[in-house]
Design a protein around this ligand. Sequence first.
Ligand code: SF4
Length: 180
Amino acid sequence: MPLATFAGAKTCSYALTGPFNVFRLASNLTQFSIRKGIFRNNKFKYLNLSKVKDMSERKLPRFIMCFCTGECPGFAKLDLWKLINFVRNELDVEYAIIHPQLCVTDGDNFFRDYLKETDKNKIYIIGGCDPRMQRKMFKDAFAEKGLDFDKQVISLDLRNMETAEAMKKVEEAVSKVVGA
Ligand code: SF4
């Protein structure tokens, strides 16, 4: 989402996320330039244009978090909202969503509605339980739409983790997908 803001030659005072335009005024106040910038881990960085082009053209993964009803002891240490907002705001994902329990009927209904035959190139990162369990439970839903679970899904076991640990694990998975 392009967004313009003012900034000094080296600083920006707005806490925004995602690539956006930064209007830079030179110290002699006679010249300006527009550059792209991004906030990552609470630090502002300028991006070069080729990087911005790469980011917009690159196929960003979609993150789905299965939270096991919210009552599973395996997620007791995980702050769901902190994790999901970190993923959607700070990582290179197309979007991040939460489902309460993907492995039951409404999870099947969700996948049936959500997965599209045209999404053969999409990568889905699914946070939840054991990857073998996820494969067993979700692969048919992907196959029904002609999608390949083994190629298109990265399953992450995020149980029994502190929030920071889960964030790191998702960040590493996203970085592998986008080649960052
Ligand atoms: S898919 Fe895994 S994480 Fe999600 S509800 Fe079922 S057991 Fe829990």
